[in-house]
Design a binder for this molecule. Structure first.
Ligand code: URA
Length: 241
């Protein structure tokens, strides 16, 4: 736990801060690039209190942050992955100062889906929020090619057969003839598009607006992101697990 942490190995701390694998950071330390309280340290096992000791890597002061949490307003055209040889990933949207090697997206949005995506390096929280048995609700806004009627989406409340599983919506709302909203607890591949396809509707626009207790911050431009507020982190952690 972050608050209990007092003395930790230097290589562990640097690695936790996203400066590379244990092997990478050991090489940095051995090369004499790391200073603690203005003294060069070449021992990877040297113990430091990251909250108090002054840490410098390659001439830059490093502020210790064990876990980071970003709310991203995902635009279309980016894949939900940490790296890819051909396509832009959601991590490419981060300013280099915020990028860390240990960051990952929590859950998946299709390349053409927009909206709320959580990026973190907190593996425990990420696991809790995506574990199917935790049934974290996700709200989506969508637009369809075909016209819907007021009750069009109701069958989704009883569940529709997607072949590999029975998909049920927790909530559905027709907002307009071609606009709707639904809440699902699972996060299967193309789930919303497939659920609507069963009813004969083609999704032409999809946006995630809520993820568990998190609500998309409308002040964020598409492609923009911000750190979660402490209250949001607390709500997320309290939500499951
Ligand atoms: N359902 C989909 O079909 N696509 C997404 O990106 C998310 C949920």
């Amino acid at each position: 736990m972050e608050d209990d942490l007092v003395l930790e190995r230097l290589d562990k701390i640097l690695s936790h801060m996203g400066m590379g694998s244990r092997k990478d950071v050991r090489a940095l330390i051995k090369a004499g690039l790391v200073k603690i309280n203005d003294h060069q340290v070449v021992d990877s096992g040297y113990k430091i209190d990251p909250n108090r000791d002054l840490l410098e890597v390659d001439g830059k002061i490093i502020t210790y942050t064990r876990y980071v949490y970003f709310m991203l307003n995902k635009p279309q055209g980016y894949i939900t992955a940490t790296e890819d040889n051909y396509q832009k990933t959601v991590l490419d949207l981060l300013d280099p100062k915020d990028y860390r090697k240990d960051l990952f997206p929590v859950g998946r949005l299709d390349k053409d889906t927009e909206g709320l995506l959580l990026l973190t390096n907190d593996g425990h929280l990420g696991h809790m929020l995506t574990k199917p048995s935790n049934e974290v609700p996700k709200r989506y806004y969508f637009e369809t090619l075909e016209e819907m009627t007021a009750k069009s989406l109701d069958p989704l409340l009883k569940g529709v057969d997607l072949g590999d599983f029975l998909a049920t919506a927790l909530e559905v709302k027709v907002l307009d003839q071609k606009k709707g909203e639904l809440v699902i607890a699972e996060g299967k591949f193309h789930q919303v598009k497939r659920m609507c396809a069963v009813l004969g509707y083609t999704i032409i626009y999809l946006e995630r607006t809520e993820f568990g207790p998190l609500v998309l911050d409308r002040k964020l431009p598409r492609g923009g992101y911000r750190s979660l507020k402490d209250t949001e982190i607390a709500l997320l952690k309290a939500s499951k697990g």
